[in-house]
Design a protein around this ligand. Sequence first.
Ligand code: GLN
Length: 473
Amino acid sequence: MNSITTTRKAIQSGETTAKEVTENCFNLISQEPFNAFHEMWNDEKQAYLEGPLSGITVGVKDNIVTKVGTTTCGSKMLDGYRSPFNATVIDRLIASGATLVGKTNCDEFAMGSSTEHCAWGAVQNPWSTDRVPGGSSGGSAAAVAAGLCHVALGSDTGGSIRQPAALCGIVGYKPTYGLVSRYGLVAFASSLDQIGVFSRCVRDAAITTEVIAGFDPNDATSVEEEAPCLVESLDDSIAGIKIGVTRDFLTDRNDPEVNQAIEDAIKVYEQLGATIVDVSLPLTDVGVSTYYVIAPAEASSNLARYDGIRYGHRTDKVGLDLFDLYSHSRAEGFGDEVKRRILLGTYVLSSGYYDAYYNNALKVRRLISEEYASAFEQCDVILGPTTPTPAFKIGAKSNPISMYLCDVYTANTNIAGICGISIPCGFAKNDGKPLPIGMHLQGPAFSDAKLLQIAHAFEQATDFHNQHPEPIS
Ligand code: GLN
């Protein structure tokens, strides 16, 4: 799969056409063995609008609403659900000429780190099909890694773009909260949710985000600003840029190959003229517990709408009173992980426990934001691993807590509402089947252009992003 820039040039020079490019993708998607896609939308009558993304193929995570096809959030609860409207990001992609190729599988309601909690089956990692692609946007990550589409949309509430990007060896970018409209993203935890992009290079993430970002009156948390210029400054030198490194990220909880890849990445930045500064983020360790109070609390409220009447699956059982209709419909429609989150969220919000859990989590949230703010007084971005380990085997993390710990380096980015990106920075050996390792860069809110510039500089100096799993045909 070529980059957006290369594909656009080939179309503009007449070497190929938008139709030919997209048909090639549909051909690959129809044969893909990874369960990356839930639906493919090959429309014979597709109009190829002229625009910056004309001929560019985009996979859409199954929790972003589209008028075409269904939006199921990987849940039986929404099996067959058709949205009457498009998410704002979808309208903007269509207006820019992009071809939406289909819906990608995800963990149910975006809850998970492996895309095993999907009602339509687990997704496989294209680098090693006995391993997970990460989650919850694992279908989007697998699709881009396997070259089935140029870019894909995901959502990131605690790491669901950056973690699967790391495990699949691609770029995953979570913009600053408020930069990209969430209108039409099915809500999980509204104060943390953010739409972002998977791509094979930083430039493609920048190009696509320029299209989808910018103020949207339909999203009350969208910032009243023009879409940022992200592409323009990509090639600027990073000499003198300050990169914060913290020992709180390079502990023995990580796989040694992950720590080595990050140490090597730091050297690359030094050679590029960046200054490495030591920063301290001791609250890294409480991020997961804070996240797993706030996110389930918001989820328990957001998911109350799936009652079998207003939305969602309705039980076939007859003669039930209203309460039993709700409870049977919800018991049948939701999977185990979603039920666990609803129970947890209802518990931490219940009277008697609210102060002990939810209110305290909000206080810690403030402390985490302040900790980042003081770290960013010393540096432009903070560098570390995206995940403690490379992709794990399907079925390996049946204990929910071990799954939750996958978010240790990513959840705090959402808690503070700042921007973060994962880019490929190495491989773990794994008996001749290399497994990608991701580097995580986090920047202050609305420093997205600089974050991408710093990520792009690393990419230009290294070759990791040019390595791909074996093609499917
Ligand atoms: N793994 C995290 C969770 O299960 C993050 C999910 C996400 O970012 N959507 O909640």
